[in-house]
Design a protein around this ligand. Structure first.
Ligand SMILES: *[C@@H]1O[C@H](CO)[C@@H](O)[C@H](O)[C@H]1NC(C)=O
Length: 194
């Protein structure tokens, strides 16, 4: 049952799958992610070394309190009952979609963080295709995080959402692009109810 549901989610959900055919692009994206992560870990190591060196010379480690790992850059997000985190970046003034209505949305999805953040790797975007994504809201056609988000939004609203794995593609991942247990980052705008 669970497996069937996950498979259905992977097959029907976000049109992430459109982008999956392009092996080269995916490989590059993953490569980029790996580079970003190793650059970051090198930087972390450099910071640790600097702090250690400062200690040797008995100089106050001025940088230590600003270490990047200690800062939650998403501290201003709201966490819902399910564990979904979101931040509204544009208010909507339109209607809120009733369950089972067909909706139209634009989205961009990343692994590792939102677009302007260090380790972010974009895996799909309806904006890049220039074509909004339509689906029936609240019936499990898309990942749980999407159903929950869209039903809570008003037309015109745009929000950033942080999707824990159990509201995304879970421990199976998806399409060879979403790793097992991945946290997903989306920028979603509800464009209309059809
Ligand atoms: C994913 O998470 C589950 C449980 O939360 C765990 O059993 C599994 O080993 C994890 N898979 C990977 C590839 O990390």
């Amino acid at each position: 049952m669970l497996v069937t549901k996950l498979l259905a989610a992977a097959a029907l959900a976000l049109p992430v799958c459109h982008a999956f055919g392009n092996g080269a692009r995916v490989t590059m994206a993953v490569q980029k992610g790996t580079d970003a992560v190793s650059r970051r870990s090198l930087m972390d190591k450099a910071a640790v070394a600097a702090v250690a060196a400062a200690g040797m010379f008995n100089v106050a480690p001025a940088q230590a309190e600003d270490a990047p790992a200690a800062v939650d850059v998403h501290a201003d997000f709201i966490t819902t009952e399910t564990g979904l985190r979101y931040k509204v970046i544009k208010e909507g003034t339109g209607a809120q979609p009733p369950p089972s209505s067909n909706v139209k949305a634009h989205y961009t999805g990343w692994l590792g963080g939102f677009g302007d953040e260090d380790a972010s790797v974009k895996f799909d975007s309806s904006r890049d295709r220039g074509r909004p994504f339509t689906f029936k809201a609240g019936v499990g056609q898309v990942i749980k995080a999407w159903d929950e988000s869209v039903l809570a939004m008003k037309v015109g609203e745009r929000r950033l959402i942080i999707v824990p794995p159990d509201l995304g593609y879970g421990k199976r991942g998806a399409g060879g692009v979403i790793p097992a247990n991945a946290t997903l980052y989306f920028d979603v705008e509800l464009l209309g109810i059809l």
